[in-house]
Ligand binder design. Structure first.
Ligand SMILES: C[S@@+](CC[C@H](N)C(=O)[O-])C[C@H]1O[C@@H](n2cnc3c(N)ncnc32)[C@H](O)[C@@H]1O
Length: 261
């Protein structure tokens, strides 16, 4: 995001404040490789050129991430305008949506859930930066823990409220069964009319090199879905209300919205 913010035209396309806040978050996190020197280099023109070249090898790895951020930001704002009073970001990582939108929508509750490996480190960084009073962060492994129980036990989450959930860059780390289980749990934790904005891989057989690298790093991709199969991918109780157009020149990920029906 820091590098994309330096690419001509992108600073204005990205949600306001996103590259700056991403950089600030990584600076207070402070662990290698996110040193001030490296983050300064990340904004240089040659870093932009390198990332642009990288996207030729791995479609969706640079500007595709920007399009994903723009999509999620717009979907959350649209859901709030349509009546959602709570936002849940699953597998939040170092995403800044709750940090940016929390102060803008003081009447809306923002909740992040992430794997303890990432969530605990981010919690410390967010505390240093200033956590909005309407933002809550929980650490949980979604492949092992019941999300509906976690949310039912969370005083800040109302399982009967219209909500918007973001699952960005997450579903492909879960098996097909875990994805369906996750959507069952979300169904039990939100009111009808709630929405889930999510990204999904199209086809697990593509991107063999990227998959090999992720396997070595211990983060294998486990599930994918073609746009026309999304209903089956999520399971019963959800209707697909929006999905990225099927173009010949595909990005790495599809973007879609499901509604609690
Ligand atoms: C590729 S990152 C995406 C981060 C963020 N959503 C974004 O798009 O900027 C994947 C995130 O999913 C989280 N994740 C992966 N498996 C998970 C699991 N089983 N339970 C909870 N979080 C998980 C990781 O901790 C990481 O933060």
């Amino acid at each position: 995001m820091v590098t994309l913010g330096a690419k001509p035209g992108w600073r204005d396309r990205l949600p306001a404040g996103l590259p700056e806040l991403s950089e600030a978050l990584l600076l207070v996190y402070g662990r290698y490789p996110f040193t001030p020197a490296v983050l300064e280099l990340a904004g240089k023109p040659w870093a932009v050129r390198l990332a642009t070249l990288g996207e030729r090898w791995q479609p969706g790895s640079f500007e595709g991430l920007g399009r994903r951020k723009v999509f999620m930001d717009a979907q959350v704002r649209a859901a709030i305008a349509a009546g959602a009073i709570q936002v849940l970001v699953l597998g939040a990582g170092f995403d800044t949506l709750c940090l940016r939108l929390g102060p803008e929508y003081p009447g809306v509750r923002f909740l992040e859930v992430d794997h303890p490996d990432t969530g605990v480190a981010k919690q410390r960084a967010v505390e240093q930066l200033g956590q909005p009073p309407n933002m809550v962060m929980l650490a949980a492994d979604l492949s092992e823990l019941s999300l509906s129980r976690l949310l039912a036990d969370c005083p800040q989450w109302n399982v009967n409220a219209v909500s918007v959930v973001v699952a960005e860059g997450l579903l492909y780390y879960l098996s097909p069964d875990s994805v369906r289980q996750l959507f069952r749990e979300l169904h039990a934790s939100t009111a009808p009319g709630s929405r889930v904005a999510f990204s999904h891989l199209y086809d697990l057989r593509r991107y063999r090199l990227a998959r090999a690298v992720l396997n070595i790093e211990g983060e294998p991709w486990l599930s994918a879905s073609e746009p026309e199969d999304l209903q089956h991918y999520l399971g019963a109780g959800w209707s697909i209300v929006e999905r990225s157009p099927d173009t010949a020149q595909r990005a790495l990920e599809g973007l879609a919205v499901a509604m609690h029906s």
